[in-house]
Design a protein around this ligand. Structure first.
Ligand code: 13P
Length: 282
């Protein structure tokens, strides 16, 4: 059933959990994510990356996800992730996304605020929840080295308070040592910074780059006020590894595509189920 992202996340938080948000490049994975959430009677978020949304099939995928979400037995939100292109944001919301991460984090503080306000104005006639990102979340980086070099772009707690007041966003993604993709070296999450941010703002925080973080670290973040956990790399790696193991036998036995799709779906459902079971406060 269609549910606003902020409502879905706040309801997970009041049950002592965080909502899981999973990047979906395709309908098979998305259906498996929803099935895993339904098994647990929990809401879930389907993330669509801007690169997927911009492909020739991207908007068709969003329309299909909208149908999947509307017919799901649990709350499902569809979120366009990390989007900075206003035209793509509007098209994707019109296709059925009900939440957007308006990502102006690469452009400096004032530009970030301005982009969120532009998106808010553009989407004034749509019932859409907005997430923003303050600080910079890197990809495949050794954050400890960046922190040591003073180049990590971590979220500043005082700035977070001002940012939320100026933009009125519904959720805030934080940079506290988390990175997208692989962690080079051991992840070092700045829990004190997270607590300081949470003390300054009254809205759910979002942890991107959860692949590669220990369940204990994630639980501690949830206790500190993180209400949505974004996962991509862990899920797609598990699916690709399963496909690599399944495809040769399927090719040898009449190119059985349905058996491959079943493996894909089973793997995604198991992975998501395991991840969802770990998204609880300490
Ligand atoms: P990972 O690929 O590190 O899991 O990050 C996913 C993410 O944050 C999507 O927004």
């Amino acid at each position: 059933m269609r549910t606003r992202l902020d409502t879905l996340v706040r309801s997970a938080q009041s049950a002592g959990r965080a909502a899981g948000a999973f990047t979906c490049y395709d309908l098979t994975t998305a259906a498996a994510v929803v099935a895993a959430a339904a098994d647990r009677d929990e809401g879930v978020v389907l993330l669509v990356s801007p690169s997927t949304a911009a492909t020739t099939y991207g908007q068709t995928l969003v329309r299909a996800l909208r149908t999947l979400a509307d017919h799901a037995p649990v709350p499902v939100s569809i979120q366009l992730d990390h989007a900075g292109d206003l035209d793509l944001i509007l098209r994707t919301v019109e296709a059925g996304a009900d939440a957007v991460l308006v990502d102006g984090s690469k452009g400096g503080y004032a530009a970030n605020v301005a982009l969120v306000l532009q998106a808010r104005e553009l989407l004034a006639d749509h019932d859409v929840a907005l997430e923003a990102e303050l600080g910079r979340i890197e990809g495949n980086e050794d954050v400890a080295a960046l922190v040591a070099a003073g180049a990590a772009g971590l979220t500043d707690p005082a700035q977070a308070k001002d940012f939320v007041a100026q933009t009125g966003v519904d959720l805030l993604a934080v940079s506290i040592g988390n990175v997208h993709g692989s962690y080079l070296g051991d992840p070092v999450i700045d829990h004190e910074r997270l607590d300081a941010i949470a003390a300054e703002v009254d809205l759910p925080l979002v942890l991107h780059g959860a692949s590669g973080l220990s369940p204990l670290t994630v639980r501690r973040c949830i206790t500190s006020g993180v209400g949505k956990i974004n996962v991509n790399t862990e899920l797609r790696t598990a699916v690709l590894e399963r496909l690599a193991a399944t495809v040769p036998a399927a090719l040898a036995h009449g190119a059985n595509l349905e058996s491959v799709m079943r493996s894909w779906s089973d793997e995604a459902r198991n992975q998501v189920s395991q991840i969802l079971s770990s998204l609880v406060a300490e």
